[in-house]
Ligand binder design. Structure first.
Ligand code: F6P
Ligand code: MG
Length: 436
């Protein structure tokens, strides 16, 4: 629990942790309350409604404590397997901390874990996802972009498509998966879902244009690794459901069809997390939504074809979905090698792709690195531990921590935009070779 550099923390009023704690979280929590209120209002079942209202009060009290910087309290036992870990960390390090004085990485994970507890401990709401309405609305708003990608992957895996230059196709697909991360719902909490389409770049030309916004671009290093390890297992540590997940699956589909991967393992979150993160339910819901004519488009047959192929991968264990509780712990990934079972599993992959901002923050321990620190230094044991696979981060930048930048890049950007680190407009693709 000791970061190698000072941790990002909300007591620093100049940092994005402060803005997040003071402004973004109250919005996120209020949205949960509003959605739950509406669901309760429409219910006939009195007992369920009463319990729902009690959850609303608890979440209201949580928000009150957060806004007034009250002390953090232990996580109430909801019989989930991670309770002991959470409260151990809490008791050892943070029992006298408040919402602002504990490191941002801890408090943000703690917020989502606390919210989950209210549902998990209930009788009628224990499988309820408080973010489901937002995820659904965003999914519906993404259909045009999804259709465009279905058409594109259909071309790319045709016999003609597979004869194209694989390096160039790989660049395109990595970028599709990367920019899919621009549409996470925790940062876009005030955005109208109809605006989402503007963030979903899918065309090859458009992608070529925004490639300049990748401030450090190791796509070629990643490509060489994929080529050299042809036919092995590739893992994705997933981030957001909906469009981002769909974009990841497009990439994973091509990896299978082109033979670069023999299987793809997807690591999802076991509980609702950071608003839009993918749970196994989100993953399977996506597949069934695609098969059930949800897009209601003339080109539905194309989507059906893709959905059946994807379902086929799942049925034959070519695609495997997993959800370890480590991914919803407050631990940075410097601690992943200590998780023997999970780490042994991950070591079976040739490369592990970590999607999105939170995964990046956890890889680099969410602390104040110099922006030019090499990626391999900042991920510590995940670069050096014996048998560790190649690690790739595909991240649009939404927090004020970044590493691996060429000298002068940060200075050039600061001169024109103060918020370049967390605007979500810039991205990084960083690669570590690993020790396999
Ligand atoms: O840093 C801003 C933030 O919204 C964090 O709250 C969270 O780490 C992250 O971005 C969510 O983004 P992503 O879905 O890309 O992990
Ligand atoms: Mg996310």
């Amino acid at each position: 629990a000791n970061p190698p550099r000072p941790a990002l923390i909300a007591t620093d009023k100049t940092g994005f942790a402060y803005t997040t704690t003071r402004i973004r979280w109250p919005v996120i929590v209020t949205k949960i309350i509003d959605a739950l209120f509406q669901v309760c209002h429409a219910l006939d079942d009195d007992e369920k409604r009463t319990e729902g209202k009690a959850i609303i009060s608890s979440i209201g009290a949580l928000k009150y404590g957060m806004e007034r910087d009250k002390p953090l309290t232990p996580i109430a036992d909801d019989s989930n397997p991670d309770i002991a870990t959470w409260n151990n960390i809490y008791n050892t390090y943070f029992s006298s901390s408040t919402w602002y004085t504990a490191p941002w990485l801890f408090t943000e994970c703690y917020l989502y874990r606390r919210i989950y507890t209210y549902f998990a401990r209930s009788t009628y709401w224990n499988t309820y996802d408080p973010f489901c309405q937002q995820k659904e609305a965003a999914f519906k708003a993404s259909q045009v972009a999804m259709l465009a990608l279905a058409e594109r992957i259909d071309e790319l895996i045709s016999s003609e498509g597979l004869r194209l230059d694989h390096r160039i196709v790989f660049h395109e697909l990595v970028q599709i998966s990367l920019w899919g991360n621009a549409s996470d719902l925790s940062l876009l909490s005030t955005l109208d879902p109809r605006e989402l389409g503007k963030l979903q770049s899918t065309g090859a030309e458009e992608l070529e244009k925004i490639e300049k916004n990748i401030l450090r671009n190791d796509i070629d290093l990643f490509w060489h690794r994929i080529k050299d390890s042809k036919g092995s297992r590739i893992d994705f540590v997933l981030d957001n459901a909906g469009f981002e997940l769909y974009a990841d699956l497009i990439f994973a589909d091509w990896l299978i069809q082109s033979g670069y991967a023999s299987s793809v393992h997807f690591h999802a979150k076991p509980i609702p997390w950071f608003v839009s993160d993918t749970t196994p339910t989100d993953f399977y819901n996506l597949l069934s939504a695609l098969t059930s004519n949800l897009l209601n488009q003339p080109s539905q047959s194309l989507i059906t074809k893709l959905a059946q192929r994807w379902q086929g991968y799942v049925d034959s264990n070519i695609w495997i979905v997993k959800a370890d509780y480590f991914w919803v712990s407050p631990y940075a990934y410097w601690h992943l090698p200590e998780q023997k079972e999970l780490f042994d599993d991950i070591k079976q992959a040739a490369s592990v792709v970590f999607k999105g901002d939170l995964n990046f923050r956890k890889l680099v321990y969410d602390c104040k690195w110099d922006f030019t620190t090499p990626f391999e230094e900042a991920i510590g044991p995940m670069a050096t531990e014996e048998g560790v696979p190649s690690v790739v981060t595909l991240r649009t930048s939404k927090a004020d921590v970044i590493v691996g930048l060429p000298k002068g890049t940060a200075e050039r950007l600061y001169a024109v935009e103060d918020d370049w680190l967390y605007s979500g407009k810039y991205a990084i693709v960083e690669f570590s070779r690993g020790t396999k």
